[in-house]
Design a protein around this ligand. Structure first.
Ligand SMILES: *[C@@H]1O[C@H](CO)[C@@H](O)[C@H](O)[C@H]1NC(C)=O
Ligand SMILES: *[C@@H]1O[C@H](CO)[C@@H](O)[C@H](O)[C@H]1NC(C)=O
Ligand SMILES: *[C@@H]1O[C@H](CO)[C@@H](O)[C@H](O)[C@H]1NC(C)=O
Ligand SMILES: *[C@@H]1O[C@H](CO)[C@@H](O)[C@H](O)[C@H]1NC(C)=O
Ligand SMILES: *[C@@H]1O[C@H](CO)[C@@H](O)[C@H](O)[C@H]1NC(C)=O
Length: 371
């Protein structure tokens, strides 16, 4: 990975422009600090059991609990892109369906909860397909159709929010680590269905500190180690935090100015978030990135490029790209609502507007915003 990181830097630097230079400076410490949180074990998980994928060609990574973190700094990655397939399982769901279970940890505003829920509800295709000219969240997700497993099955296309828990009492306090995040998922299994074909999503409020949050990552995906509580399965999960107060310049870009740390910020005004809440739309960007990563590389042995300990996954590969003509520090050409001035690139449930990162399309070997 070190080599990969250096290549990134070289490419950024050789393409030049001041912005790229600034970008590379932000990138450097972040790339070094990524991933490899390694084998996080839960108390009850000593007993290794066969997981739901069974034996056979779908051998699961021998490093459970490994995390894939959403890297900091929104920067354009080098082209051309290939994310090789490493023969592991993807989230192909059950009958094309992946159920989504969400845990809101801490206090959120109504708008924040609505925004996250609406985004998740937008992933499945609507009953009435939108006109081809209208970019939608569902057509963004449709890019994942091109990711297939060894049996030729695609990533599930019907992501269905199927349950929600609100932990407004901060049951594990306001300083969490990886064990706490996984415990939240584990505890939710008394409420939610237990299935490795589902995806469990933890969202932490702006006043919750999580180890590594804003230093190494804006969120992460991983999986629970098999235990009695998980029904012997490896359960994939995603966590993102509301970064609006802790590091908007790192995790809410382009709805906050990029934090160049040592440089005077010369950027224009940040973009206006569609929901009106910087934290909420920042979470949508990071959720989109990590859900795509979890679906196409749930156990860190499916679609990724580079080192398994620091993989570049589907949307991560297109980091910093939200529209045509993106370059480091510029998200690309976006749509703007003339009345409200908000920026977006897709429409979702009930006409809600969202800004989603582009995703690597295995059909075209390029980043794309729509299938
Ligand atoms: C796991 O599955 C394999 C092959 O089906 C079997 O030989 C093995 O005993 C199983 N292990 C456990 C712990 O159940
Ligand atoms: C999964 O759902 C999508 C969207 O409804 C559909 O286009 C696709 O054909 C389905 N795939 C399978 C295998 O049923
Ligand atoms: C998280 O914190 C708890 C104590 O609050 C500790 O027991 C546990 O080992 C920590 N986990 C990690 C992964 O650091
Ligand atoms: C930029 O990041 C540094 C280091 O994390 C922090 O101290 C500083 O307050 C941030 N600046 C802004 C404008 O967010
Ligand atoms: C928004 O404004 C632009 C330029 O001012 C214009 O071209 C476009 O038609 C407007 N869109 C709508 C929906 O009014």
């Amino acid at each position: 990975m070190e080599q990969g990181a250096r290549n990134t830097l070289y490419k950024l630097l050789s393409t030049v422009s001041l912005l790229l230079l600034l970008g590379a400076i932000v990138l450097a410490p972040c790339v070094d600090a990524t991933v490899s949180e390694g084998n996080i074990e839960l108390q009850n998980s000593q007993k290794r059991r066969n997981n739901s994928w069974g034996a056979g060609t779908h051998a699961v990574s021998s490093e459970p609990g490994q995390l894939v973190r959403r890297r900091l700094a929104a920067l354009v990655s080098p082209q051309p892109l290939v994310l090789p397939y490493h023969n592991g399982p993807i989230l192909s769901g059950k009958n094309n369906i992946t159920k989504l279970y969400i845990i809101f940890y801490g206090e959120f505003s109504k708008i924040q909860r609505y925004t996250v829920r609406k985004f998740l509800r937008s992933l499945a295709p609507p009953r009435h397909r939108a006109r081809a000219s209208i970019p939608t969240v569902a057509k963004w997700w449709e890019i994942t159709k091109g990711f297939q497993d060894v049996y030729g099955e695609s990533v599930a296309q019907l992501l269905i929010p199927s349950g929600e828990i609100q932990d407004q009492m901060y049951s594990r306090g306001m300083n969490l680590n990886q064990t706490d995040i996984e415990a939240l998922v584990l505890n939710s299994l008394t409420t939610f269905d237990i299935s490795a074909r589902s995806l469990y999503i933890v969202v932490t409020a702006s006043d919750v500190a999580v180890t590594g949050f804003c230093q190494e990552a804006c969120g992460q995906h991983g999986y629970l180690y098999p235990s009695d509580t998980t029904g012997g399965q490896m359960l994939p999960y995603v966590w993102v935090g509301d970064a609006s107060t802790q590091c908007p310049g790192l995790c809410c870009w382009p709805f906050a100015n990029l934090n160049y740390t040592f440089m005077e910020n010369t950027q224009d005004e940040p973009l206006r978030p569609p929901s009106g809440d910087v934290g909420a739309d920042g979470m949508v960007i990071n959720l989109a990135t990590l859900i795509a990563g979890a679906a196409t590389d749930p156990y860190q042995n499916a679609y990724y490029e580079g080192d398994a300990g620091a993989p570049v996954e589907a949307a991560e590969a297109c980091r910093g790209i939200f529209g045509q003509g993106a370059y480091a520090g510029y998200p690309g050409d976006l749509r703007q609502d003339n009345a409200t001035g908000v920026s977006f690139n897709v429409i979702g449930f009930h006409g809600a507007k969202f800004l989603l990162p582009w995703m690597w399309n295995p059909m075209t070997f390029a980043c794309a915003g729509q299938a």
